[in-house]
Design a protein around this ligand. Structure first.
Ligand code: BDR
Ligand code: CA
Length: 333
């Protein structure tokens, strides 16, 4: 009687502190870096580890970039090293033209700690979820290879993870790698298909939702002025990223923030709208990487029938999302 009352009172007075224990699986990546710092700047979130994956660069570089981010944010949490390529298909070329030849806007930074004794990412994911049943939120910002491998090795984690939020897919919306495929799914369609069919409590944020919110040079200057400790870095790495977006579409004001939307969704689901349905991933051919959702429960022989429903975010309140990001990234407390 006394204990629940005490818990209730504590939660009422300190509602913001470490509500979520989070693993971030990531391929930094400029928008990954923004998302990770956004999580670190959010008191509701306790990041218990970063798991690196190939994607925006080779695994050695994305793992090094994780270390750079931990040192910048002065966080002493583990990095677990992930897969160097997809489960079945050959690895795609690195998108240097989006994220730079170092994955972080061509600044060629070096961490103080050069090499670590890294646990494998899939083992770290399995161990963390089994040791903290129903407590871990998994955030996926890259190809879904590490999570798919963890599910293959220990299917029990599907029912023991609290929530999974990934940036992956495009629901009947133009892709950014081919006319239908989003980059994280296209980079490892087999892994994405395993994750989408696993029955995890899964939300995927899709390109449909990330098209609108933009990070502009003006906003980055504002963040830099308010919080130079991370703002200078954010401003520098994003120059390259924004220039890429503007070169693609001069009517834009800045760059799409993709990965940060997973953190914004975790913090405030009211900022998003979604559709729900089973998703099959196209694993080969001209539409490789397309995420096809059945929204109609078509017929009894449909391959979608066997699959669990996935929540796919297709829109967001972009002004509120950007305001949330600016508020958190500018905070020095
Ligand atoms: C996704 O692909 C990567 O380039 C970004 O980091 C993001 O995770 C956008 O499609
Ligand atoms: Ca990413």
């Amino acid at each position: 009687m006394f204990k629940p009352l005490l818990m209730f009172l504590l939660l009422s007075f300190f509602p913001l502190y470490s509500q979520y224990k989070v693993i971030i699986d990531t391929d930094p990546g400029i928008d990954d870096a923004v998302a990770i710092l956004l999580a670190f700047q959010s008191p509701e979130i306790e990041v218990i580890g970063l798991t690196s994956t190939f994607g925006n660069h080779d695994i050695d570089v994305t793992t090094k970039n994780c270390q750079i981010l931990l040192e910048l944010a002065e966080k002493k949490i583990p990095i677990a090293k992930g897969f160097k390529g997809p489960l079945v298909i050959p690895k795609r070329p690195n998108p240097d033209f989006v994220h730079g030849r170092d994955g972080l806007g061509n600044l060629f930074l070096e961490p103080n700690q050069k090499e670590g004794n890294y646990e494998d990412a899939d083992s770290f994911i399995i161990r963390s979820i089994l040791e903290n049943p129903k407590e871990i939120t998994f955030i996926g910002l890259g190809p879904l290879t590490n999570l798919a491998s963890a599910l293959l090795k220990e299917p029990k984690i599907a029912s023991l993870v609290k929530e999974v939020i990934v940036f992956a897919g495009a629901i009947y919306y133009p892709g950014n790698c081919n006319p239908l495929a989003e980059a994280n799914v296209w980079s490892d369609p087999h892994a994405a298909d395993i994750v989408f069919s696993s029955g995890l409590p899964l939300t995927t944020i899709c390109l449909n939702a990330s098209k609108k919110p933009q990070l502009t040079k003006q906003i980055l200057n504002e963040i830099e002025r308010a919080n130079p400790k991370i703002g200078v870095f954010l401003n520098q790495i994003n120059q390259f990223y924004i220039d890429f977006y503007l070169s693609q579409n001069p009517s834009l004001e800045g760059a799409n923030i993709h990965d940060s939307l997973t953190i914004a969704y975790l913090l405030n689901k009211d900022l998003f709208s979604w559709v729900e349905g089973p998703i099959c991933v196209v694993k080969e051919g001209i539409a490789e990487g397309a995420t096809l959702m059945d929204t109609s429960s078509s017929n009894e022989f449909s391959p979608w029938n066997e699959r669990p429903k996935v929540r796919a975010c297709i829109d967001c309140k972009e002004k509120e999302v950007v305001a949330l990001m600016v508020e958190r990234l500018s905070s020095t407390s």
